[in-house]
Design a protein around this ligand. Structure first.
Ligand SMILES: *Cc1c(COP(=O)(O)O)cnc(C)c1O
Length: 375
């Protein structure tokens, strides 16, 4: 099946007891034991599994082309649980411009526990990854495209380094989505998603997923941490995420198309210094984009000529595009990243934009009138 069909049908069946087309939300925390003492209907306690979460896990594993999926209450929880499956004394290599919250987890929570991380700029320099390898390197993490600089990392090349040393290779596929990037085909062992973004797609539900290419002992450990640790999403969140997934391929395809139009407009505008959009030929790694991505979704960045105040003033004049953090929802969003990233190297005049599903002509008109007001 193609992704559009999988997004609607994988793991789905009509409710056998009622014939209902839409799934029920099973809020029950506990399930009946059979007279023989077993749980033959498959459910015992909500933390171990419930119908809504299992359907979601099957859907996500199928879309990503993986063998198994474990859902968590957020993308950050998914990463924390993944890292907790490592041992004290292990070493991992992560991107220097990795999602900020995960950097905080590594620096403030896991470093004092004895998990050591080397942050390297993998997009710029593969030899830096090789140079960071130690005897105890157990995991290499990649996040591509990066946020907000939209740098691309060669997934396959980093994977070769990981496999040479027998390390687990993890790719955060949140920004590209399974529609546009297939890390398992390029050597990844585990794929991470914050389902809060493009997958759920309506800015109304938090979630995170770990997906395994194969059911390994390491992934068994993750299931154990999921079940016993309990950082799991509730059934209602799973239901909302499943509802969002059904339109994910169509939404993401449209966002890609609209974002290309908006990026092109910005690229030709005299008040814009630079546009960072991987699908544009002006992107310094456009060749790598063509090699490993099938589209660029709706997230990109651009720099307004002038300083931070000028960039912020521009956002204050927008009427349709909203000044909020996060990305991936149906409403277009814009954010001045440098002012929310502590100790950042992000340029002061950079804005990150997440194109939603409004008509691109309206988005372009909104940007045009706002730029006119900061002349
Ligand atoms: C948002 C995000 C996360 C964290 O996910 P939450 O669901 O917000 O906890 C991790 N990685 C990337 C790339 C993200 O964009």
């Amino acid at each position: 099946m193609k992704p559009e069909t999988q997004a609607i049908h994988a793991g789905y069946e009509i409710d056998p007891s009622t014939g209902a087309l839409a799934q029920a939300i099973h809020l029950s925390t506990t399930f009946e034991r059979d007279p023989n003492g077993e749980y033959e209907r498959g459910y015992q306690y909500i933390r171990n599994g419930n119908p809504n979460r299992l359907e979601l896990e099957e859907r996500l594993a199928t879309l990503e082309g993986g063998a198994a999926c474990a859902m968590f209450a957020s993308g950050s929880a998914a990463m924390l649980m993944l890292l907790q499956a490592l041992k004290t004394g292990d070493h991992l290599i992560a991107p220097a411009d990795m999602y900020f919250g995960i950097q905080v987890i590594l620096r403030e929570i896991l470093a004092p526990w004895g998990l050591e991380t080397t942050f390297v700029d993998m997009a710029a320099d593969l030899s830096a990854v090789k140079a960071a390898v130690k005897d105890n390197t157990r995991m290499i993490i990649t996040e591509t495209p990066s946020n907000p600089m939209m740098k691309l990392t060669d997934i396959e090349a980093v994977g070769e380094i990981a496999h040479e040393i027998g390390a687990i290779y993890v790719v955060d596929n949140t920004i590209a989505t399974s529609l546009f990037q297939s890390p398992f085909d390029l050597g990844a062992d585990i794929v991470v998603h914050s389902t809060t973004k493009f997958i759920s797609g309506h800015s109304d539900v938090l979630g995170g997923a770990l997906i395994a290419k194969e059911e390994t002992d390491f992934f068994e450990k993750i299931f154990r941490i999921q079940e016993i640790g309990g950082a799991v999403p509730d059934p209602h969140s799973c239901w909302l995420t499943l509802r969002g997934i059904m339109t994910m391929p169509v939404r993401v395809r449209a966002m890609h198309e609209y974002s290309c139009q908006v990026a092109q407009f910005l690229g030709e505008h005299p008040q814009i210094e630079r546009v960072l959009h991987p699908a544009l030929e002006s992107h310094p790694q456009h060749d790598l984009f063509k090699k490993q991505m099938r589209g660029a979704t709706g997230l990109f960045s651009f720099m307004v000529k002038g300083d931070a105040a000028r960039a912020m003033a521009f956002t204050n004049h927008l009427n349709i595009i909203q000044r909020v953090t996060s990305f991936g929802g149906v409403r277009s969003k814009i954010e001045h990243r440098a002012s929310i990233e502590e100790g950042t190297s992000t340029p002061d005049n950079l804005l990150r934009i997440s194109i939603g599903l409004e008509h691109p002509d309206d988005l372009i008109a909104d940007i045009d009138q706002a730029l006119a007001q900061v002349k």
